[in-house]
Design a protein around this ligand. Structure first.
Ligand code: UDX
Length: 435
């Protein structure tokens, strides 16, 4: 099949690569000339290990091409994916202006039946609005061309984007006609994943509900961690025991300093805003947000209590991205942590394998190092913020000779507490008895 993917960001680029790998011919389109220029040189606008080399290979064999011109692709593509961004507005609502712009362009350029697939994360009810918008544009051209607008949310994770796109747990397709359903079956047919055909509005809700539920698991375990710590229980053991119940499941029960990234924070705000506009307060989700917002501060209060004060202390921050294997720092807890430390007059030295350049733009005055050991030089305390392998696996024994005081605060429970204690560190994790 010939497929157009409109919006060449994280989801768009990954979707394009995954369909090209499955043998389709993909045209990745974006209005950003610079982005398209770079993609043509096989340079991605984000870091995603698996995808880098593939873009060059797929472009080389003609399966994937990049362009700013939807008009040149629309007649040859039977399926048009919309994968543009939906950033947060001031009130938390999702900004639909990019989706609307693409829909108008499609309505302006479409000449025969097309399946249009909405993959961007959009508020529940958007499919119906966008459908009207496309019909309006066609009416302006005195045309009555049939089309199907499908809601097909994306569930991929950063750092594992291509794997998730190729092997999703499930594929959700919100679709109203047999004809479109048949085309989507053909498109995704080879995938071993379960396919759920449902209504567009339910597909839209499934995306928000899934992210909200995963975030709820994280905030639940993080709040419980505070309690465990107070009464001397170990949240990691508690989570392990809970996770052995298949009804609960072991994933997303890793206590830490809170979730970040481009999806959970944005989608939860959007869902809360939408629910509130509709007069249905989502109390549990409100609490999920509140726990997440206060988790970094709760962590830093622990650090402050142990050190006596943060003022004048040299703090080493290990990890800046919102999670490992990405360069994404959007809504990363590290930013809140830097803010708090600076407000408390601490001196910061930070290390991250991929996120440093982005954080430097926000905090140019703190010191950055090119390896984790250097960040620890003369540190009064070390804060592990992102569980990159090279941070976990660094030579913690050698680090003892570098630090000024052996305090390690592990915001991800990534290190082995007993090993750290044996080495001679004062080690504090999240939600565990003090070592
Ligand atoms: C998430 C969803 O998983 C994905 O399905 C959706 O499409 C986009 O949002 P992503 O943001 O890439 O993906 O990262 P994810 O691996 O889900 O982690 C999100 C955040 O939760 C990270 O900050 C991570 O550190 C944190 N997290 C995750 C925890 O604190 N504890 C956990 O147990 C799991």
């Amino acid at each position: 099949m010939n497929i157009a993917v409109i919006g060449a960001g994280y989801v768009g680029a990954t979707t394009s690569v995954s369909f090209a790998l499955r043998g389709h011919t993909v045209f990745a389109i974006d209005h950003d000339k610079e982005k398209i220029g770079k993609l043509k040189q096989a340079s991605l606008p984000f870091y995603e290990e698996e995808i880098d080399g593939l873009v060059k290979k797929l472009a080389g064999n003609g399966k994937l091409s990049f362009t700013t011109q939807l008009d040149e692709c629309i007649d040859k593509c039977s399926i048009l994916f919309i994968t543009v961004g939906t950033p947060s507005l001031m009130g938390g609502q999702a900004d639909l202006s990019f989706v609307e712009e693409v829909a108008r362009n499609i309505g302006n350029l479409m000449n025969e039946y097309r399946v249009i697939v909405l993959k961007s994360t959009v508020p529940v009810g958007t499919n119906a609005k966008i459908k009207k918008l496309i019909i309006n544009e066609l009416t302006k051209r005195n045309l009555k061309i049939p089309f199907d607008l499908i809601s097909n949310p994306e569930f991929l994770r950063e750092g594992k984007a291509l794997y998730d796109a190729l092997h999703p747990d499930r594929i959700v397709i919100g679709c109203e006609t047999q004809k479109a359903q048949k085309m989507m079956k053909e498109l995704y047919g080879h995938a071993k994943s379960k396919i759920l055909f449902t209504s567009p509005i339910d597909a839209e809700m499934i995306k928000y509900a899934s992210n909200a539920f995963l975030a709820a698991k994280i905030s639940f375990i993080n709040e419980l961690a505070r309690f465990c710590e107070k009464i001397g229980a170990n949240v990691t053991e508690v989570a392990k025991g809970m996770g052995m119940d298949s009804r609960i499941g072991a994933q997303f029960l890793q206590a830490g300093i809170g979730y970040g990234g481009s999806c959970f924070p944005k989608d939860i705000s959007a869902l809360l805003a939408l629910a509130s506009e509709n007069g249905i307060p989502l109390n549990i989700l409100q609490a999920v947000l509140q726990v997440n917002q206060t988790q970094p501060e709760w962590f830093l209060e622990k650090v402050k209590k142990t050190l006596g004060t943060l003022s004048g202390k040299r703090i080493a921050i290990l990890g800046l991205t919102f999670k490992p294997r990405t360069d994404d720092i959007r809504e990363a807890p590290s930013l809140k942590i830097i803010d708090y430390l600076l407000q408390n007059n601490a001196y910061i030295t930070a290390y991250d394998p991929k996120g440093t350049e982005h954080v430097k733009k926000i905090y140019p005055s703190i010191t950055y190092t090119s390896n984790p050991l250097d960040a620890l030089k003369k540190a009064d305390a070390v804060l592990l913020i992102t569980e990159w392998e090279e941070i976990i696996d660094m030579d913690w024994k050698a680090a003892l000779n570098t630090v000024s005081a052996p305090f390690v605060f592990d915001g991800r429970n990534a290190l082995d507490a007993s090993v750290m204690k044996q080495l001679g560190y004062h080690y504090e994790g999240i939600g565990m008895p003090e070592f």
